[in-house]
Design a protein around this ligand. Structure first.
Ligand code: IMP
Ligand code: MG
Length: 179
């Protein structure tokens, strides 16, 4: 069982659900001032469980769409990101909520926001399940954060280690010998 690979659980399933309820309420208030219908843009694949839980607690009229990106090989710097799977629908003049699993260095969401504005988005807010503020390399913050985590590699609830552990229903840390 994949759960046997964990050293500890950091955030339980019920804590995640409870936090998604709170974030849903906050986002509904924000969305009331945004252009309807707002599109929630999930970044594949890590955001899938978070997107699924979060939108259950949104009462506003929203749409969802997904994109997949990768950073160019060898650039941990401010290199551009490459679109692996683009959005299905036009976002020109639309208001968006970008849904991420984790903000680490911040490079991904900084580049993604730039890309979405270049594609014509009117406003882009960011919601992330997790934030590792101590790892930030660029000046960017999520508008809404589920939980802050220490500088420790985490898996579960969408987050992977070599594509594994995304299906764990909670967030945890792997046993040292597995990294
Ligand atoms: P950033 O561009 O450095 O902010 O990186 C964000 C991406 O790195 C996330 O979308 C994750 O895919 C990955 N990532 C960063 N930290 C972790 C972690 O602790 N566990 C799993 N993936 C992570
Ligand atoms: Mg990711």
């Amino acid at each position: 069982m994949i759960k046997d690979d964990l050293k500890k659980i950091l955030i339980t399933e019920s804590q995640i659900i409870e936090r998604c309820k709170q974030l849903g309420k906050q986002l509904d208030k924000e969305i009331a001032h945004m252009r309807a219908p707002v599109t929630f843009v999930g970044i594949l694949k890590g955001s899938v469980p978070f997107m699924a839980e979060l939108i259950k607690h949104i009462e506003s009229d929203i749409e969802i769409d997904f994109m997949a990106v990768s950073s160019y090989q060898g650039t941990e710097s401010l290199g551009d990101i490459k679109i692996i799977k683009d959005l299905d629908h036009s976002i020109v003049d639309r208001d968006l909520v970008l849904v991420e699993d984790i903000v680490d260095t911040g490079i991904t969401i900084k580049q993604l926001k730039k890309l979405l504005y270049n594609k014509g988005a009117h406003d882009v807010k960011v919601v992330t399940l997790l934030d590792k503020p101590s790892r930030r390399k660029v000046d960017v913050e999520a508008d809404y954060t589920g939980f802050e985590v220490e500088n420790e590699f985490v898996v579960g609830f969408g987050l992977d280690y070599n594509q594994k552990y995304r299906n764990l229903p909670y967030v945890g840390v792997l046993k040292e010998e597995l990294y």
